[in-house]
Write a protein that binds this ligand. Sequence first.
Ligand code: ATP
Length: 506
Amino acid sequence: MEDFRERFIMCCQSTFPCFRDPANNTSSGTEKRDIKVIVNEGAAKRANMTLPPTPVEKPGYVYVALYDYTARTEHDLSFNAGDKLEPLRKEEDWWYARGITGISANKEGYIPANYVAPIESLDAEPWYFPETKRLEAEKMLTSQKNKNGAFLIRNCESQQGELSLSVLDNGKVKHYKIRKLENGGYFVSKTRSFFTLRDLVEHYSRNEDGLCVCLAEPCKKTHGLSYNTVDHWEISRSSLKLLKKLGAGQFGEVFEGIWNDRTAVAVKTLKTGTMDPKDFLREAQIMKKLRHARLIQLYAVCTTEEPIYIITELMSHGSLQEYLQKDKGASLQMSDQIEMGAQVTSGMAYLELQNYIHRDLAARNVLVGDNNVCKVADFGLARMENENVYEAKEGTKFPVKWTAPEAIHENKFTIKSDVWSFGILLYEIVMFGQMPYPNMTNFQVVQQLPKGYRMPCPLNCPKYLYDIMSECWKDSPADRPTFETLQWKLEDFFDMDLKQSFDEQV
Ligand code: ATP
C-alpha cells in the first residue's frame, strides 16, 4: 500500500507539475540542501481526496507497450516495445485497442493487458524493471543486445522499499543504491538529488557525475510470446517450422523450430500411441499456470490433431547435464556453478510459493541458454503439493539417486523431497555432470541411505557448498531448508566481496 502510494505520488509529480514544490518547479537536478518537502502525509491525503480520477482509468488514455508482442491470431495486434496504443474496450486480461504509433498504427485488435502501461507512469519507463533481482539484472545487462552504459532500475533485494540502479560498464555490471529522501525525492550521490526517478535518469544520461559511466540505452526487455489466458494457447500447426532435432525423450522427440518465421522455439512432440495425449498435455496444463524467469516458459500447444506438440522457449545450450559434461571446467568457474545453482533455487522457490512440487529435479531437467542462464524444465511429473498423486507402477523407471528416502520408501513426495534432489543437482553442478554416487549401484544407494550414508565432499568443493548439500540431505524432511533459504544462501555468495567504490555503490 505504502509502495503504491509513493508510486502514485511520484507519478503525479511527474505528470502534473502542480504536485512539485513550487520553489523547485522547473529544476530537475538540485543540490541536496535545496530539496524541500515535496509531499507529506497530509498532502498525500489531500491529493487522494481532491485529485481527478487517475489517468489510468480515463477513456482514451494512451498506453505504451513494454515488450514486443507478435499477434498469435488474426484478432490480435502485433506491436513493439515503445509503440503507443489506445485501449478501446478493457476486457479482463485482453483489451481491444487501436495502435497509435508503430507497426499497428491505425489498426485495431486485442492486446495482452500486462504488456502495456499508462504512458506517464513509472511502469511505462523503459528502464524500470521493479521485480528484477540483482543476478537477473546482471544477466540481462550483459546479454549481447546491450551496449556500454545500458542500465535499469529495480527494487533492492536486501532492503525492502529501496531501489537499485544497475549499469553495464565494460562488460561488468555495477550496482548503485538509489536512496529516497524522507520527504520524497531520490539521490544516488549525496551531492545531488532529484524529484523523480525520471529526473535522476535524465541527469545521469547527460553526465557521468561520479557514476562509472554515463547512462545510455535502457536494458532491452524480452518477454515470451504467449499470454496466459485460457483460449489463447492453441496455435496453428502451419505457423511452425521444425528445423532440427535437439533430443529425444521417452515418448517423443524435441525439435528446434521457428514460429511465424520469426520466433525461435522448442517443439516437444508426442509419438502417436506411446502415451495418452491427456497425460502428455498435463505437463502443458501445469506450465500454463507457472510463469517465472527461471522456469521454462510454455508458449503454445497444437492439440487438434496428432502428433501433439508442446511449444516452449528455446534454450540454446540444451540440458545442464550435457552442458556441464561438455565444459568440464574449461570455461565454467566455481562462481558460475554457484550462480547456476542459485538460478535453479530461484525457479524452485517460485514453485514452493505456488505449492507445486517438481518431483524430477536433476541436471538433465534443467536447460541452459546464453550466458549460463538456467531454467527448470520437464514438468511432466509436477503436481500441486496437496494432490495425492504418486503411485509408482511396477516397472516405472525411478531416478533413485535423485530421490529422497521417504519418497522411495513411502511414496511421500513433497517440496522437501525436491530439496533433497536439489542437493544431488548441486553435486552434479560441482562435479561437471558426473553421475552421483559414482561407485554405487541404485540398490546400494537405497540400502545405504537409511544407515546414514551420504556422498562425501567432492574434491575442490568449497565447504560452504558441501554444507548446503548436507542440509538438503537431512534425514527428516522438516530439517531440510526451504528453497527460499537455499536461494539467499547461494546468492549471498555474490554479496560477500562487494566493493564500495562510489559512495553508494552496492
Ligand atoms: P523425458 O521426457 O522422457 O523425461 P527428457 O527429459 O530427456 O525425457 P525432453 O524434455 O523430452 O526429454 O528433452 C529431450 C532433450 O531435448 C533434452 O535433454 C534437451 O537436450 C533437449 N530440449 C528439450 N527441451 C528443450 C528446449 N526448450 N530448448 C532446448 N533444448 C531442449
